[in-house]
Design a protein around this ligand. Structure first.
Ligand code: C2E
Ligand code: MG
Ligand code: MG
Length: 687
């Protein structure tokens, strides 16, 4: 039985049917008893009457007609089997075989002496047995009994006929009542169970919709009300719990997303970060290795970003990085991956390895687009990008080597003049080994006394020496003579420039008195500083302290700084130069014309001298344009009350031109090569 409703209906039906059957059975039993009682009473009174009527004839001879005629009154009763009259001696005096006696039996009844023996000895009274009622009636007064009358009445057939009639008469009512009872029971049951089924319907709906914010109306019987209340409370709890779970899940999902975002994406630009890039790249490499295809990595490093950051603040720097990130993404094809390694370094993974021409095209596009000036806030920023390109096939699909190759190629692009791309070659790897060797040898170079200074004179228009520039030289037994153009950038990148600068400052301060003694007390000695020196307190403190020890001679010390280096450490540079000025030191802007050459910067720089770069001087007599620029720089410097020094003067013609246009100081091989002070000592190579 599947449903409660049908089970209850079945139970009700069976119960009502059983009860009805029981009632029928009881009714029939009662009917039977009543019938028997009724017949017994009738028979009793009949036998009494007959006994009274027979009494006068008891002394008559057996078989007399009067007696028989009395017994024949029984003829009107269909169910009388027989009647027999016995005298006091128990002899049969008269007998009657009734309608109910079977024809076979009537003879027996008439003549059966055995029967008479039994019947004549029966006690008085009435006995019901096996569908027969037997009445034994005393004839005459009990004190003077004259005999007995025995009447046998067959009750079975009439009883069953009566029962049948009773049954047939009652059955339709019983059936009607049964149907009515079933109908009423089912209806009542339906009404009682309706709230329960409502509850079940609601429950199914909740199951489907998962909406637990449901309250079921409380009605029905006490138990169902209690059930509904319990159901409502349960739904309330579930709903509350579900809501809490939903909120918790939401929070967890959000936190997970945030964690994933933090773990894999750069918060500033939203680009994939180093971790994500490395993961992706290792997957790409594995796939490419299987397919024997290539993976190409572009390593991008912005040119001049540090200058922007230091000069315009980190806000502007950050905006520039976002702009660059955006530009790189827009320049590439869909499927190419762009990420930020950190700082101003970006990496691009090209989804499908293009051919050489396409690759160069992509790189050039990047260089061109990122080389355009960017308008950020009120500033127009001149930045660019150097791109190193490496291929997975060149490094046997090894991730760290691939990244290192791209880095090396990028470094070459930087060294070759920035704003360009370079494809990695094996030759570069050797270069890289040399770079690593140089970087690792710098520290021991100081201890092993491998550095020495050479001084190059600066002359006035009369060719009289006004000053010297101290230039560093390094001779390493394994590397040979390493030019400052090579080791200074490496020292800067490997954070070893501070030791070098301190060494140079100390040496220049030591040499100054000797130089003045030799060339006159007016001679100024200049030394070169790197950008990182300006922002390194240990270097600036040491320098100021060491120069201060010179006392009055400090005014003959000049610091040379390139335009881009000044811009890179603009704020800290200004602080240092102010302190240096308070010691009467001088400041010269080196290599002017090669960097930003922005006149707006020039007014903000706290300098005494402008050094025109060699590239303009070398063009004097060759390029009118260069001559014009040189002339303009000199004029501008004069207006700004700055001293001008021309570098790299190699010819008389150059010297003449510069003197004619009012250049205050001239420096170059034409007037003297950089030479050590101690000329007696032998040096490995001298310029
Ligand atoms: P710089 O400060 O512009 O130095 C001038 C460079 O031009 C020197 O090269 C010098 O030898 C070279 N030079 C001078 N006259 C002529 C000429 O007539 N023709 C040619 N072709 N070259 C000439 P050097 O000594 O190789 O130094 C290169 C750069 O290395 C320097 O450029 C300077 O930026 C840096 N440097 C040198 N010594 C130091 C140092 O002690 N500290 C720092 N931070 N940088 C240094
Ligand atoms: Mg210099
Ligand atoms: Mg220079």
């Amino acid at each position: 039985m599947k449903s409660l409703r049908s089970e209850i209906a079945a139970i009700t039906l069976v119960s009502i049917t059983l009860i009805s059957a029981l009632i029928m059975w009881v009714s029939l039993s009662v009917y039977e008893d009543l019938y028997e009682n009724f017949v017994a009473k009738e028979l009793q009174s009949l036998s009494t009457n007959l006994a009274n009527d027979l009494l006068p004839f008891m002394n008559e001879p057996p078989g007399n007609f009067a007696m028989l005629s009395i017994l024949l009154r029984l003829e009107e009763y269909d169910n009388v089997e027989f009647a027999r009259v016995y005298n006091i001696q128990a002899d049969l005096v008269s007998s009657y075989a009734g309608n109910a006696m079977l024809s076979d039996d009537s003879d027996i009844v008439h003549h059966d002496t055995m029967l008479d023996e039994v019947l004549s000895t029966l006690p008085f009274g009435l006995k019901v047995k096996n569908g027969h009622i037997q009445v034994v009636q005393q004839i005459g007064d009990p004190a003077f009994s004259q005999g007995k009358l025995v009447i046998s009445y067959r009750i079975a057939e009439s009883l069953s006929a009566g029962k049948r009639n009773f049954f047939v008469a009652v059955l339709p009512f019983v059936v009607a009542l049964l149907i009515l009872a079933v109908f009423i029971a089912l209806e009542l049951q339906r009404r009682s169970l309706r709230p329960l089924f409502n509850l079940i319907t609601q429950m199914r709906q909740i199951e489907e919709t998962q909406n637990y914010a449901v309250t079921v109306e409380i009605k029905g019987k006490t138990e169902i009300q209690a059930l509904t209340q319990g159901f409502n409370r349960m739904m309330f709890d579930i709903n509350k719990q579900t809501e809490l779970n939903r909120q918790k899940n939401q929070l967890l999902t959000k936190q997970q997303e945030q964690m994933e975002q933090l773990a894999n994406f750069d918060p500033l630009t939203g680009l994939p970060n180093r971790q994500f890039l490395m993961k992706t790249l290792s997957i790409e490499l594995a796939r490419a290795k299987r397919n024997e295809s290539d993976v190409i990595v572009l390593f991008l490093d912005l040119d001049g970003f540090k200058v922007v950051n230091d000069s315009f603040g980190h806000d502007v720097g950050d905006k520039l990085l976002c702009r660059i990130a955006d530009l790189i993404s827009k320049t590439l094809r869909e499927g190419d991956i762009v990420g930020r390694l950190g700082g101003d370094e970006f990496v691009v993974i090209l989804s499908e390895a293009p051919n050489q021409a396409e690759l160069e095209n992509i790189c050039q596009r990047l260089v061109d687009i990122l080389g355009e000036p960017q308008n950020i806030e009120q500033w127009k920023l001149d930045t660019g990008v150097s791109v190193g390109v490496a291929m997975a096939k060149d490094c046997d699909y090894q991730l760290s080597i691939l990244m290192s190759n791209a880095d090396i190629a990028m470094y070459h692009a930087k060294r070759n003049g920035r704003g360009q791309f370079t494809l990695f070659t094996r030759m570069m790897q050797n270069d890289n080994k040399r770079i690593i060797h140089i970087a690792s040898s710098i520290t021991s170079a100081i201890d092993n006394d491998e550095f020495y200074l050479v001084y190059q004179p600066k002359v006035n228009h009369n060719s009289a020496i006004q000053g010297f520039e101290a230039l560093l030289r390094w001779y390493n037994p394994y590397l040979g003579l390493v030019s400052p153009g090579e080791f200074i950038p490496i020292a800067e990148q490997s954070d070893k420039i501070a030791q070098i600068t301190k060494w140079v400052v100390n040496q220049v301060c030591t040499d100054l008195p000797r130089i003045q003694k030799q060339y006159g007390g007016h001679v100024v000695v200049s030394l070169n500083l790197s950008a990182s020196d300006l922002s390194d307190d240990s270097v600036t403190d040491f320098t100021l302290q060491r120069v201060a020890q010179l006392g009055d001679l400090a005014q003959f010390i000049e610091f040379e700084i390139t335009e881009s280096a000044y811009l890179k450490s603009f704020q800290s540079g200004n602080i240092f130069f102010e302190k240096a000025r308070s010691l009467d030191c001088k400041i010269a802007l080196d290599d002017f014309g090669t960097g930003y050459s922005s006149l707006s910067y020039l007014t903000e720089f706290n300098i005494d001298t402008l050094k025109i770069d060699r590239q303009f001087v070398s063009q004097i007599g060759i390029s009118e344009r260069s001559e014009l620029i040189t002339d303009t720089i000199i004029n501008m410097a004069v207006h700004l009350k700055l001293e001008v020094c021309a570098e790299g003067v190699e010819t008389e013609q150059q010297a003449a031109f510069l003197k004619k246009h009012g250049c205050h100081l001239l420096q170059g091989f034409y007037f003297g090569k950089p030479e050590p002070l101690n000329k007696e000592k032998t040096y490995p190579a001298l310029q």
